[in-house]
Design a protein around this ligand. Sequence first.
Ligand code: SF4
Length: 329
Amino acid sequence: MENVPSGIERPRIGVSACLLGREVRFDGGHTRDRFVTDVLSEHLDFVAFCPEMEAGLGSPRPSIHQERGADGLIRLLTAKRDVDVTPALDAAISKRVEHFGELAPANLAGFLLKKDSPSCGPFRVRVQKAEGGVERSGEGRLVTALRERFPHLPIEDEGRLNDAALRETFLIRVFAWHRWQSMVAAGLTRRSLREFHATHKMLLHAHGPAGTRTLGRLVARPESDAASVDFDATQYGAQFMAILNRPATRGRHVDTLQHLAGHVADHLKSSEKSELHGLIEEYRQGWITLETPLALLRHHLRHLGTVWANAQLYLDPHPRALALRSTIR
Ligand code: SF4
């Protein structure tokens, strides 16, 4: 285990070791991803993991693939189909996933995986069929174990990070899940739950307004309500992450920007108001990126906005230095 800090200031995510430049692939090489090693590393801590190395397969090693047998079960076999490595892989993965569950004080905030890998790939992994042919319906053995053990954990493959909206959605979820786990670890109360919801309200609104109202009703119980706060928090955490899993559309961003602009509208000169609404309209047309109206909105809110509006994590749901919204149209 590497790079595991003792504090919870920075989120830590699991990463397929080959993406970090470790020479663990079947051919003895790596698939270093510069966005991960040079950009994300400034803001996140990494826990590297290579299931195939930890299963004792070594590097270099024969490549493996997924195959669905006549019994319907998927196994991982070497290229010549002479060795079934499923038991060794499952044992290594299960041991490490249990270890992830014991990380303290906050657990992993996400997992970034190598696409298409029979061990690591999260989506559309190739599965050879016993009767011949291939289907793109599989997921890596590690992913199945992670989803079972941590159902709300943000999981993504490195290939999809090339899409600006998917990249932002993954990182919004990583930082949000980290804040959630940190809040729970610090001691959950009805008040902390309400405050958490209050600061995430506009971020949730951008991803799913209907679900946000449901969450609002969940946290509105008074302090004296006898219902278990742990029970409500479990419901809240699951729905919170499900809402954020839907990428915010341009229309929802526009609606959220206009809503926040309403908090300063009465204090702006008419020329300032037109400038702000002009930029929101240009973003709505797809001419400029989301960051441009946001930067002006932040400026006005800082000088004229309420405490509630300035506390909205929608304004900065991840470190601004990542510049994720400078590519979102
Ligand atoms: S994709 Fe996964 S199993 Fe394959 S080399 Fe990378 S970390 Fe190891």
